[in-house]
Design a protein around this ligand. Structure first.
Ligand code: AGP
Length: 615
C-alpha cells in the first residue's frame, strides 16, 4: 500500500526521505519517487518504477539537494504501475504532492480542471489534487489556504503531503481517512503515513486526527482541526514517545522478516500476557477503565475483521460460546459494512486488526457506530495510536511489535492470546467459576514454552516442504477450532508461495472436495488430541483411500501410525483450548519454506500490501 514520507529541516533531506521509503517497503508498492526544493528555489523530482533501490540508483546519478522534500511509494489503484503515474505529482514546476488513499470524485474534478486548461500527464486521481492545489494557490498566493480550499472539494479517504517552491521552508500535510503522523526532531519536522518510516530520526510523534491539516517549518508545527481551527493547546495533540524496539525494522540474522517474526512468537506471546494477569485471573481492566461495566452487560458478541485477523475471530467464536456461554458471530468487514444489520440487545462490537488502519475494518466500525444499537466497541490491535484504537470505546494492544512481512504471523497468534483474555474476562463477568479460569490461565502461562518447542520443528518442516514445492494445489483440513487454523495455513501458502490452497472442515470433505483428491494433491491435517480426533481420523482414511498424500500435524500422545503416503509430525502436547495457537506455527513454517524453495518474494509477495488502507 502507498507510503508517504516528508521532511523540513536545516540539513539535506534526501537520505532521510530515502531511508523512510526503505522502511515503508514492507507495505508493498510498485514504484517510488521524491521531490525536493533546492536552495536555488527549484522543484526537482526523481521517480522510478519498481523497488526503492531503483529510485536510489537514479538519485545516485542525479542527487536531490535541499531542506524540504516529500517522497512516496505507490501501490497502483488508478492507472497502471508506471513512472508517469508514480508520485510525487506536480502541477507545472512549482508544486508537488504525494497522496495515499482514493479521491472518489476525481473524474468530475478532472473534467472541470481540464476545462480550465490544466493538462494531465498521468492516469492517477492524485494529479487532480496537484492541479486543484495549483488553481487555489493562484487565487490565494498562500499554500495553507490552497490546501484548505482544495481539501474541502475532495471526496474520499486520503492523506497528503504538499510543497511549493514559492514557500521553500514549508511542508503541509492533510489527513482525512488515511493515517498521517508528524515526527518531531530538533529543529526539524517530519511527516509519514507510518511512524516506522521515521524511527531513524525520531521517536517523538504527534498523531493527527481525521480532518487535521498541518503546516510545518523546521522550527514550528501548526495543526488545524477540521482544516480550520488552529490548535493552541499541546494537550489536544500531545507529543507521544514511540516505545517499540528500535531494531524492529531490521532482519537481524534471519534471511527474511517473516522467518524472524515466526521465531519471535514465544517472546511476543509472553509480552501480550504481561500485565494482563493477576495470579490465576485475567485483569478485566486491561481492556480499559470502562471494561468491567461494559462487559457485565454483554449478551452477544459481533466480531469483524479481514484476512488473517478474520481467522482469529473465527477461533474466538468457538471460545466465547464454549467458555463464556455468550452467542458470538464473526464476519469479514468488507461484507458487514455494506449490509443491513440487525443489532441484538447487548451486543459488543469487536474489531481485530494488526495495523488498525485496514479501510474495510475501520469502515465497519464506523458503520456499527452509526447504527447506534451496539453496547460499545472493542479493538484488539497491534498499533497504538492507530485509527481503529482511537475510535473504539475499549482496546487491547497485542504486543507483537512491528510486523514487516506482508504475511501476518506473530500478529495472528498474539491476537488469539488477546481473544482468549477477552473470552475469560467475559466468562468472569457472567459468573464463571474461579477454578475454570485458573486452569486456562495456567495453560496460557505455559504457552510461550510450548511455542519454543514447536518452533524447534523448523528443520523437519523445511525437509517436508520439498513435497510441496512442485505442486499446484494443496488441501488443508481441520475440525472445530482447527478449521480456522486450516484456513490460515491455506492463506499463508497462497500468499507467499502462490500455490492454490483450500481449507475445509474435515467433515465437509465427502460433500464435494473429495472429488479433487488424487496423488497430486497433498493434504495437510491438523490433529490435536481433542474430542473430534476420532472423527478426523475417519476423514483422513477417506483421503488415503483416494490416493491422497497426507501430512498430519498430530499431538505427541495420539495413536496415529505413519504408513505409505501418511507422514505424521509430532507436536508437543497442549491443552485442547490453546491448540489452535500452537498448531498455527508449523503451518507458518511450512508455507515459509515452500516459498523459499520456489524463490518467491517472501516478505513482499506479488499484488499484496501490508496494510490495506483502501477499499
Ligand atoms: C495476512 O497474511 C494478510 N496479509 C491479510 O489477510 C491481513 O491479515 C488483512 O489484510 C487484515 O489486516 P489487519 O490485521 O492489519 O487489519
Amino acid at each position: 500500500m502507498c507510503g508517504i514520507v516528508g521532511a523540513v529541516a536545516s540539513r539535506n533531506v534526501q537520505n532521510i526521505l530515502l531511508e523512510g521509503l526503505h522502511r515503508l517497503e514492507y507495505r508493498g508498492y510498485d514504484s517510488a519517487g521524491m521531490a525536493v526544493l533546492s536552495e536555488e528555489g527549484r522543484l526537482n523530482r526523481v521517480r522510478a518504477l519498481g523497488k526503492v533501490g531503483a529510485l536510489e540508483a537514479r538519485l545516485g546519478d542525479s542527487p536531490l539537494k535541499g531542506r524540504v522534500g516529500i517522497a512516496h511509494t505507490r501501490w497502483a489503484t488508478h492507472g497502471a504501475p508506471t513512472e508517469a503515474n508514480a508520485h510525487p505529482h506536480q502541477s507545472g514546476d512549482s508544486l508537488a504532492v504525494v497522496h495515499n488513499g482514493i479521491i472518489e470524485n476525481y473524474e468530475t474534478l478532472k473534467r472541470e480542471l481540464q476545462g480550465q486548461g490544466y493538462v494531465f500527464t498521468s492516469e492517477t486521481d492524485t494529479e487532480v489534487v496537484a492541479h486543484l492545489l495549483a488553481r487555489e494557490y493562484t487565487l490565494s498566493q498562500d499554500l495553507l489556504t490552497a490546501v484548505q480550499k482544495s481539501v474541502a472539494l475532495l471526496d474520499g479517504a486520503f492523506a497528503l503531503g504538499v510543497i511549493h517552491r514559492a514557500q521553500p521552508d514549508v511542508l503541509i500535510g492533510a489527513r482525512q481517512g488515511s493515517p498521517l503522523v508528524i515526527g518531531v526532531g530538533i529543529d526539524e519536522h517530519f511527516l509519514a503515513s507510518d511512524q516506522l518510516a521515521l524511527l531513524q530520526v525520531t521517536d517523538r510523534f504527534i498523531y493527527l486526527k481525521e480532518g487535521d491539516l498541518v503546516r510545518m517549518t523546521a522550527e514550528q508545527v501548526e495543526i488545524f482541526e477540521q482544516g480550520e481551527r488552529l490548535i493552541t493547546s499541546t494537550n489536544e495533540r500531545p507529543i507521544q514517545i514511540f516505545e517499540h524496539a528500535q531494531d524492529a525494522a531490521s532482519k537481524g540474522d534471519y534471511r527474511h522478516f517473516m522467518l524472524k517474526e515466526i521465531h519471535e512468537q514465544s517472546r511476543v506471546l509472553a509480552a501480550t500476557l504481561e500485565g494482563r494477569l493477576n495470579g490465576d485471573r485475567v485483569l478485566v481492566r486491561s481492556f480499559g477503565s470502562e471494561a468491567e461495566t461494559l462487559f457485565s452487560q454483554v449478551k452477544q458478541v459481533q466480531i469483524v475483521a479481514c484476512g488473517t485477523s478474520y481467522h482469529a475471530g473465527m477461533v474466538a467464536r468457538y471460545w466465547i460460546e464454549r467458555l463464556a456461554g455468550i452467542p458470538a458471530a464473526v464476519e469479514v468487514a468488507s461484507e458487514f459494512r455494506y449490509r443491513p444489520v440487525v443489532v441484538a440487545d447487548g451486543t459488543l462490537f469487536v474489531t481485530l486488526s494488526q495495523s488498525g488502519e485496514t479501510a474495510d475494518t475501520l469502515s465497519a466500525l464506523r458503520y456499527a457506530q452509526s447504527l447506534g444499537g451496539f453496547l460499545g466497541s472493542l479493538a484488539i490491535c497491534n498499533v497504538p495510536g492507530s485509527s481503529l484504537v482511537r475510535e473504539s470505546d475499549l482496546s487491547l494492544m497485542t504486543m507483537a511489535g512491528p510486523e514487516i512481512g506482508v504475511a501476518s504471523t506473530k500478529a495472528f497468534t498474539t491476537q488469539l492470546v488477546g481473544l482468549m483474555l477477552l473470552t475469560l474476562a467475559l466468562r468472569r463477568m457472567r459468573g464463571g467459576d474461579d477454578a475454570g479460569e485458573a486452569e486456562v490461565v495456567r495453560d496460557l502461562r505455559a504457552l510461550p514454552g510450548l511455542v519454543t518447542k514447536a518452533l524447534a520443528m523448523d528443520s523437519e518442516i523445511e525437509r517436508l516442504s520439498e513435497a510441496f514445492a512442485d505442486k499446484h494445489n494443496a488441501l488443508f483440513l481441520g475440525r472445530g477450532t482447527q478449521f480456522p487454523i486450516a484456513l490460515e495455513g491455506a492463506l499463508k501458502l497462497k500468499e507467499i508461495s502462490y500455490i492454490h490452497a483450500e481449507a475445509y472442515p474435515a467433515g465437509e470433505l465427502k460433500h464435494g472436495p473429495l472429488a479433487l483428491v488424487d496423488a497430486d494433491m497433498p493434504v495437510v491435517a491438523v490433529a490435536p488430541n481433542d474430542e473430534l480426533i476420532e472423527k478426523l481420523k475417519s476423514n483422513l482414511q477417506e483421503v488415503r483411500a483416494r490416493g491422497g498424500e497426507l501430512f498430519v500435524f498430530a499431538d505427541e500422545n495420539i495413536s496415529l501410525e505413519e504408513s505409505e503416503g501418511v507422514r505424521v509430525l509430532r507436536m508437543p502436547h497442549v491443552s485442547e483450548l490453546l491448540a489452535p495457537i500452537l498448531y498455527t506455527l508449523p503451518l507458518q513454517l511450512l508455507s515459509y519454506h515452500v516459498a523459499v524453495l520456489k524463490g518467491t518474494d517472501v516478505d513482499q509477495p506479488r499484488n499484496l500490501a501490508k496494510s490495506v488502507t483502501v477499499e
